[in-house]
Design a protein around this ligand. Structure first.
Ligand SMILES: Cc1cc2nc3c(=O)[nH]c(=O)nc-3n(C[C@H](O)[C@H](O)[C@H](O)COP(=O)(O)OP(=O)(O)OC[C@H]3O[C@@H](n4cnc5c(N)ncnc54)[C@H](O)[C@@H]3O)c2cc1C
Length: 287
């Protein structure tokens, strides 16, 4: 596999990066860590002759504590998120999830933006960010745009962004008091074949809210609001309802064709990990 020749452009402002990408059209690609892009170019799947390097753009770089939550720029690497004291303070499960991605070499250069914009279905962050209700910001045709994490990915290798659009970063609100976030995954080869994330919130009368996101099996993350189904439950009543809900969900979730794992095995993993994530969410949620 040989990397085709390309010209590297190094804009210093977001406006310059956008202008370059617009001018280059199909012949240009945004370039962050390059862990997906360069591989896709070697395989001839992406044929851009111009790469627009986003690493010099300060607007995409920061992790910031903001009132009520945390902002993570598109160009922040997985390793920076995993080791950030700000992330650990607001959403430690995000740091823990990031620490499981790939290996140290990929995490040191691969960015959150590259992960979400490449939209490989086997993504940990895409699933996690759906469960915690993250908001993703971008410039679309030069205008600011905001998406729920669940609407950003439209299918395998497809996002809501078009040519010349740039993902800017994601906002995660701090989980509400009395809640717990759990991210589970199963990995057979390099990347996860099932990812499940749950956020469970309890009140005095048992469960008050519950979100579940299931990714890496279907064309996009399936996000389900289980608040109505689980509200007021605790103990054995909660476990029984979760088991029957997960059996239904695992039986009906759309699966990607031509996976190495059989459909039955994938559905089994969805049921198992979904049940475990919700149970662990309830066990970890305290008022
Ligand atoms: C061996 C290996 C194992 C992996 N394991 C996992 C895993 O366990 N879990 C997991 O979730 N992921 C995994 N990954 C995926 C990894 O997380 C991504 O490769 C990485 O995050 C991509 O980021 P990057 O900065 O290198 O993106 P790049 O390769 O630079 O870019 C990827 C794509 O996104 C576009 N892009 C990048 N930034 C922007 C932006 N700001 N706006 C618009 N478009 C943009 C590029 O044009 C390109 O199309 C693995 C990858 C490898 C190679």
């Amino acid at each position: 596999m040989k990397l085709p020749q390309f010209e590297l452009h190094r804009p210093t402002t977001l406006a310059e990066a956008r202008r370059l990408l617009e001018e280059l059209g199909d012949d240009g690609s945004a370039f962050a860590g390059g862990t997906e892009l360069l591989l896709a170019m070697k395989l001839g799947l992406i044929k851009s002759r111009h790469l627009v390097d986003l690493k010099g753009l300060p607007e995409l770089r920061g992790i910031e504590l903001r009132p009520g939550g945390i902002w993570i720029g598109a160009g922040v690497t997985h390793h920076e998120i995993e080791t950030s004291t700000a992330v650990r303070a607001v959403l430690p499960q995000l740091a823990a999830m990031e620490s499981q991605i790939a290996n140290m070499r990929v995490r040191a250069v691969g960015t959150l933006g590259g992960n979400l914009c490449f939209a490989d279905p086997n993504s940990d962050p895409a699933t996690f960010l759906c469960a915690v209700g993250a908001r993703l910001r971008a410039t679309v045709r030069g205008e600011p745009a905001e998406f729920g994490a669940e609407e950003f990915t439209e299918g395998p290798y497809q996002t809501a962004l078009g040519p010349g659009d740039l993902f800017l970063g994601g906002w995660c609100a701090a989980p509400p008091p009395g809640s717990a976030v759990v991210h589970l995954r199963m990995k057979i080869h390099e990347r996860p074949c099932v990812t499940v994330a749950a956020m469970v919130e309890v009140g005095r009368a048992g469960v008050a809210a519950a979100q579940l996101a299931v990714g890496s099996v279907g064309p996009k993350v399936l996000q389900v609001d289980l608040g109505e189904e689980l509200r007021g439950l605790r103990g054995a009543g909660f476990s029984d309802r979760v088991r029957s809900l997960m059996a239904l969900l695992a039986g009906s979730i759309p699966l990607l064709p031509e996976r190495q794992e059989s459909p039955d095995y994938q559905r089994h993993l969805v049921r198992l990990l979904g049940t475990r994530a919700l149970e662990a969410g309830l066990a970890g949620a305290h008022l």
